[in-house]
Write a protein that binds this ligand. Sequence first.
Ligand code: F6R
Length: 622
Amino acid sequence: MCGIVGYVGHRPACEVVIGALRRMEYRGYDSAGIALVNDYGTLTVRRRAGRLVNLESALDEAEGTALRGHCGVGHTRWATHGRPTDRNAHPHSDAAVKIAVVHNGIIENHAELRRELEADGVRFGSDTDTEVAVHLVARHYQHGPTAGDFERSVFAVLRRLEGHFTLVFANADEPGKVVAARRSTPLLLGVGDGEMFVSSDVAAFIEYTRDAVELGQDQAVVITAEGYRITDFDGVATDVGWRTFHVDWDLSAAEKGGYEYFMLKEIAEQPSAVANTLVGHFVDGRIVLDEQRLTDQDLREVDKVFIVACGTAYHSGLLAKYAIEHWTRLPVEVELASEFRYRDPVLDRSTLVIAISQSGETADTLEAVRHAKEQKAKVLAICNTNGSQIPRECDAVLYTRAGPEIGVAATKTFLAQIAANYLVGLALAQARGTKYPDEVEREYRELEGIPELVARVLDNIEPVAALARQFALSSTVLFLGRHVGYPVALEGALKLKELAYLHAEGFAAGELKHGPLALIEDGLPVIVVMPSPKSSPVLHAKLVSNIREIQARGAMTIVIAEESDETVRPYADYLVEIPSVSMLFQPLLSTVPLQVFAASLAKAQGYDVDKPRNLAKSVTVE
Ligand code: F6R
């Protein structure tokens, strides 16, 4: 949520900052802005509502020298405080236009600070919470014990701010320096040769360096072209709480690589996303996690599992419940992180909480983790983003190695989450002895074969895209499933809602007669996820009856079924075939056509598939 960047070095800062914003636009695209300090000590700020391209046009018209310089900050916004207008776009600057700030997060005590500044005669130019930060820094820089000292002025302000924030400041008086700080939102440092970067995401600087530093909680960093200094909010240098790492993917992973849009590329990358997530997790006949700070004894002591997540990650959690209960006989509850936190769940030392998050930044999930830790529960993270906050705060981590996901709608990370969830289920079963080693290995081997089957689904996907185009004018699409097909139905509906802005709902097919059947009318498209006739004949028969019931009432049935499933054929107006696998693994295949359906329908409607309206990739506000 909001992408921010700061640069100091030998390149033209304008180009570096705009390039970084382009690669972070998925984090928010309500407005974009840049502040540059040129070599003569002049600060120039340009900001525009709407997509980055609006800012780029404004820069094209701008006078050349103002934009020349080697120091700058930039921002791409997902609005929280204040409408997405030019005046609310970041960067914000002080009255003298000397100091500029960009911000991700929320300054919770902004109202009180604003009143104080207004009483002091400061006039605000925006409705944002952010603007207080720059006026406060300017005040400290002009008067009192920190006067003339940019760094100390920033530290003095950081100590007064409440909430969660990453802030990056530039100052016209110091053209070779940027000061940044974080509390609970991400801040990464890119260490180049004669240049330094700060940003929300490594994608911002991956073109120039893969050497990165992840800052710790309540830490600040001062960068110059030659180096960096990490401090606490008192300005005291510290060598603990932060860590260096090497980014193991390159620029091509963060670019479209010939695909029309990122989501299409990411759907196509699903076989490798699942394969990479599995690599290295089955060693000497045993499942191993990544950062395993929980022992087998800890896992044996678990008597209940909670899974907390939001959105698509929550749907992957619903699937995990089927697998974990089946393999370990442990009771599993799956909860939306935003609900879990506020309802006083029963947790203790023998509870395992599994937090699933692509970004590792989602505020609701992070708060759920913190609550679970306060109650002494053991917490395990499944996360796609190395260096993010959620894994840092957990007792064990399993990374989904899906690579960067730029399309706002989650696709490859969903499949990778399912694979990771299943690894955790198998690790629990192994530690608790509810599965023999050869049974664990059999499940793992089947999982290992999934990427090839996903690739087969993708090879035959064009008819699904064509079908979606036929339904482009539908106002409602319903999804039905049973057992693991039910979370897949929910996920299919979510994808369609967020990408194509139409009414879509997923139902457990058994619930049809308890209400939703009333929605069925002539020509209504209903997508049905069929269970395997071989591994679950009872459920299969029930779902065939459900299809007959809706078809009899005029629904147009689009059925996702196994290749060998002849019984369902007569009831499918459109049939989409997928390879046959064990029941628990079917979602890894059946989800793929639903992703393509949603993306193609949205595209046919002319919508921006990678950047659906009102949404952003990481939701760092509750
Ligand atoms: C939907 C989608 C969202 C996220 C949700 C959680 O396509 O992407 O529903 O799944 O916001 O985000 P993470 O996984 O980053 O915690």
